[in-house]
Design a protein around this ligand. Structure first.
Ligand SMILES: [Fe+2]
Ligand SMILES: [Fe+2]
Length: 374
């Protein structure tokens, strides 16, 4: 049973897209990821950890299930050995080898780790109720949703989404929770791998002078450059890879009521967040060093829900370097730069270029006038 701690809080630590591989024992990248995991667990002492999908190479699960089990067990050890429960969700790569049942079975076999199919058969959608500190009543619901893999028809979308039957299950369960919550929607927090298309509402098209610091959109947003809207915070390092098709999941959250925040993985560089129609949307980047990153950017996100008002929460990001850690796997340059610093360097470069261009332009204009005068 998950319940608020004695301080009337419930802390959740998120680890995005770790992408660990079977050769992890010899890998400095694995050691770096474990350093981040251990440091963040000691710092935040969370009540729950969430693995946001794309966790461990699942091809090995098909070839050698025992080795896969050993790998995910070792990956989860910093959390399970501290007695902290872990909720694991399916990312697109968990679906890759086409042995979903074996993958879900392996995670659910690990002591202290959750992953199960509660609704639509074969989909790893489940929820956990968050009880009051005395354990007497449920005050909030945590939803762990399976956003599937790739779309069958690439002309529609590259990535898949949470399907209509899964949304139906969510709505039915939410209605039951509303009943036990005295007719009011139960505060809900969503954890899911592939982001919803509405994430683009936290972005806007870049103006010409913003193009150097913008990112190109993904899928149907391709060919256009984006920056964050003023209300959004965090880092935008790549075009969010949400599906092009909208299955109505966000509309369902608004209709059901109760959803306070949704946290997504899948994009390895992005950690921006903000409100869309009063629902907090947070894109969470990788906590690993295996996935594509551009330097010392790996980070964790801490979310703390309050028992006094379970509709309220606070959240923050903490990067590898913020814990005073030193990377073994990155080169001397990337080891010392976080994405914020890279962005600052980029901004300085662009400012320097802009000043230089303005200087040259002034010089040429002056020259033209001087020649005309002569
Ligand atoms: Fe990933
Ligand atoms: Fe992914």
């Amino acid at each position: 049973m998950l319940k608020f701690n004695k301080d009337g809080k419930f802390g959740i630590l998120l680890f995005g897209d770790i992408h660990e591989k079977p050769d992890y024992r010899e890998s400095p990248k694995f050691r770096d990821m474990q350093k981040l995991m251990n440091a963040s667990l000691d710092y935040y002492k969370p009540d729950l950890c969430v693995l946001l999908g794309d966790i461990f190479d699942t091809e090995i699960c098909k070839e050698n299930p025992e080795k896969f089990l050993e790998g995910i067990n070792d990956l989860c050890l910093p959390m399970t050995s501290r007695g902290i429960p872990v909720a694991a969700i399916m990312g697109n790569h968990e679906h890759d080898p086409g042995c979903d049942e074996a993958v879900i079975g392996a995670y659910s076999k690990l002591g202290g780790v959750m992953m199960r199919c509660e609704g639509v058969p074969g989909k790893a959608d489940y929820k956990e109720l968050l009880y009051s500190s005395d354990g007497k009543r449920p005050l909030a619901a945590l939803w762990f949703l399976d956003s599937n893999n790739l779309c069958d028809d690439e002309r529609v979308s590259k990535y898949d989404w949470v399907h209509e039957d899964q949304i139906e299950w969510f709505e039915k369960e939410s209605a039951k929770l509303r009943e036990i919550n005295g007719g009011e929607p139960m505060p809900a927090y969503i954890f899911q791998h592939i982001p919803i298309p509405e994430e683009y509402e936290l972005l806007r098209r870049a103006r010409p002078f913003e193009i150097p610091l913008s990112v190109e959109g993904f899928g149907k947003h391709g060919g256009k450059r984006y920056v964050k809207v003023p209300g959004a915070s965090g880092y935008l390092g790549e075009g969010p890879c949400s599906p092009d098709f909208n299955s109505g999941q966000f509309e369902s959250w608004k209709k059901t009521g109760g959803v306070k925040a949704a946290f997504f993985g899948h994009d390895h560089l992005n950690d921006f967040s903000g409100y869309v129609d009063d629902i907090f949307i947070a894109q969470h980047k990788t906590a690993g060093f295996r996935a594509y990153t551009d330097g010392c950017h790996s980070c964790v996100r801490y979310v703390e829900i309050s028992e006094e008002n379970p509709e309220r929460f606070r959240q923050e990001l903490k990067h590898f370097k913020d814990f005073g850690l030193r990377s073994e796997s990155l080169g001397p340059v990337m080891r010392n730069f976080t994405d914020r610093q890279v962005m600052a360097v980029h901004s300085l470069n662009y400012c320097a270029c802009a000043i230089a261009c303005a200087g040259l332009l002034t010089y040429f204009v002056k020259e033209i006038f001087r020649k005309r005068r002569d």
